[in-house]
Design a protein around this ligand. Sequence first.
Ligand code: FES
Ligand code: FES
Length: 169
Amino acid sequence: MANSHVVRFELNGVPREVSIRANRRLIDLLRDDLGLTGTKEGCSVGVCGACSVLVDGQVMSACLLPAVCVEGARVTTIEGLAPDEEHLTALQDAFIRFGGFQCGICTPGQIIAATALLQENPHPTSDEVKHWMMGNLCRCTGYYKIVESILAAAEAGPQPVPREAVGVR
Ligand code: FES
Ligand code: FES
């Protein structure tokens, strides 16, 4: 492919090698080329947080990041958070139990950002949660349920939760 670059990186724990044009964004690679549509695109300008992914553990906006920039990096999307098909992360479980979403468009980004928060600060206060999550907008929930979900996950601890416990198949 003309003007394309080979990019090698780790995606959700699996080594990947792709050939991609320099003007393609990470979200294009994830959604259009690799079929990982869990990562959402909202504003496309780095404001809403819907496209949040983890790159080497840091929250990044996939709508702004050129895909070639993940060369050698470890990328985690919402699809890669749960340890296996039988379990959810404590955050995923808590968002379901505590109603941390309505339409769900912002939810993958919310959970990705909250994952980074709990990795850095396993027991945040409500104010710390609100401050950390400022970059993730939601037009549905009013935010209370999102904060409540994150605090509940922190309280529960990092161990995965069986999917069947919340009725997810
Ligand atoms: S779609 Fe990337 S920040 Fe809004
Ligand atoms: S749940 Fe609808 S935008 Fe957040």
